[in-house]
Design a protein around this ligand. Structure first.
Ligand SMILES: C[S@@+](CC[C@H](N)C(=O)[O-])C[C@H]1O[C@@H](n2cnc3c(N)ncnc32)[C@H](O)[C@@H]1O
Length: 218
């Protein structure tokens, strides 16, 4: 439903199902949406066409990752941009220690503002490319959305995944083809058991695809 207008722009209203999807996180996810509406386009974080699909395409889509993350682990969201899916997952899963890895200064400044304004205590923002953390740190879960095709993404994120850890990549309709195209690099980085999960998130019509690839124990 699109019937709110902010600075002349149509803004999608949260579907009723969003309250249920986000549960206890709802008030802060709603505040995050307000921040994006007020500043997202102005600060060059989201394009002009995104506000009319802010909930369905971005916030609810990001929520699909949360269900695949084990409890009490460290998660790195690579290429967080405006905060998708990392900020949403951190708000939904206060048990996680979330690290947002983003190289662009303008975007890390925004992410730090979000963390401060929403008083998020389980997020650390790193201004870095994923490759700069190779051999420096590793995580039980690495998430990514809209950063690069899997074949290109896996060499960036593979070395950040701890033994027995997993990659969770939010992908579009071509998810299965991307997995096929990335077979060789997935194997090279010890990523096995690759599954494309089709998740139907409440309030959205299109299924969300989460590619899960689990790293061998070593
Ligand atoms: C198209 S944006 C997507 C942002 C967000 N994940 C989303 O879904 O809206 C891609 C982001 O990945 C970041 N990025 C590109 N290469 C990267 C790398 N090697 N390591 C970490 N982040 C990277 C870019 O700076 C950009 O913010």
């Amino acid at each position: 439903m699109v019937d709110e207008v902010s600075a002349g722009q149509a803004v999608e209203l949260a579907p009723a199902a969003a309250h249920e999807v986000f549960g206890d996180a709802w008030p802060r996810v709603d505040s995050f949406a307000d921040m994006l509406v007020a500043e997202g386009e102005l600060r060059g974080l989201i394009g002009p066409r995104e506000l009319p699909r802010l909930w369905t395409r971005h916030l609810l889509n990001s929520s699909a990752v949360a269900g695949f993350v084990p409890r009490d682990v460290r998660l790195a969201d690579v290429g967080s941009g405006a905060g998708f899916p990392g900020v949403v997952v951190a708000l939904m899963r206060p048990d996680l220690d979330v690290h947002l890895i983003e190289p662009m200064e303008r975007r890390t400044a925004w992410l730090n503002d979000v963390v401060e304004q929403l008083s998020i205590s389980n997020v650390t923002v790193h201004r870095a490319r994923a490759e700069e953390l190779h051999g420096v740190d590793s995580f039980a879960v690495v998430s990514a959305r809209a950063v690069a095709a899997l074949r290109k993404l896996v060499p960036w994120v593979g070395p950040l995944i701890a033994p027995s850890g997993r990659l969770l990549a939010l992908k579009g309709e071509r998810a299965a083809q991307e997995v096929e195209d990335a077979r060789k690099v997935l194997r090279k980085h010890g990523l096995q058991q690759t599954t494309v999960h089709e998740v139907v998130v409440g309030g959205t019509e299109e299924p969300t695809r989460v590619v899960e690839a689990v790293r061998a124990r070593d």
